[in-house]
Ligand binder design. Sequence first.
Ligand code: KG4
Ligand code: ZN
Length: 354
Amino acid sequence: MVIRLISDSMRKKRINILGIETSCDETAAAVVADGRVIKSSVIASQAKLHEKYGGVVPEIASRAHIENIYQVITESMEQASVSKDDIDAIAVANQPGLTIALVVGVTAAKTLGFAWEKPLIAINHLHAHLQSAMLAKEKPKLPAAALIASGGHTCLYDYRSPLEPKLLGCTIDDAAGEAFDKVATILKLPYPGGPSIEKTAEKGNPDSIKFPRSMLGPDSLDFSFSGIKTAVLYYCHGQDMKGEDKVNSMSEQEIADIAASFQAAVIDVLVKKTQRAVARTGAETVLLGGGVAANNQLRAALQKLCNSYKPAKKLMVAPKQYCTDNAVMVASLGYHKFKAGLYTDLTLEAKATG
Ligand code: KG4
Ligand code: ZN
């Protein structure tokens, strides 16, 4: 049955993949044709629900996914003007992420795959973030050094094909986005922290405070951002943490200077590690994706790095609306796995790591 369905759909002009994403705090579904024609993208953000906690609460995220998933998938099909008969396969992010959040998308995808008799495709959420940097029209020269900086992960890859990015290094503690979120909480800036730090930093001096840049040795491609977060905490509360919370009495300028100096330190590390990855892989191109990729200063700093090579390297960045979690990237990568015949079955499980 599956073989007949696949050969039927291969003959059609366009391959339509329904993508489903629930790995963290966005419930998302999208229909993408041939891996790059975005027919719909629906995202139900839970930012408001998690705001007062300064981070994502897994149980609240899972419950909200359950409440939203049906509506989000229905809307994505309606916006794309497709019925189940037009869908060739269902791709779902099943790892890594919050297991009780992922399981909602995985269960929805398995149910639809079974009911509609469509192939099911398992997607690694981080590989999908990489794919979002490939949505541009032009094809990149490969290999590429690929940086994913998000709320849950910070990783570098040797990227030679969408199907098998090779992990070169990742964070050993906090992810870059997590550091932005935690520092925003320290500075009493609104959640999510990334956009509010970026905005506040616009008025600050990035050279005013020398926060530490953790490089983890001369050859490491791993990251560590917990030290800089603690440095900001000590700066605001004193080394012994017994001092007053100075943030309450700080001027707007002082807060802007901390935000700008923190942002500059994080970007410095991300850029230098990417430079190492370029040297390690002989990359022709640099790919950038993940929520932190929405940061204009990071985009500019990586562009500067790429321009510094002779000849210059090409920088490919995910379009802004596809930097943070979305299902377009899931459906787009699903297309490549569909073409390669990489299907999964109904035993698919959600996994925290991957
Ligand atoms: O990729 P994403 O939506 O979720 C995960 O897979 O984790 O990334 C969310 C993260 C949050 O930590 C958020 O603060 C950060 O991306 N972020 C930013 C910016 N926009 C979002 N960080 C820095 N600058 C931004 N403009
Ligand atoms: Zn993500």
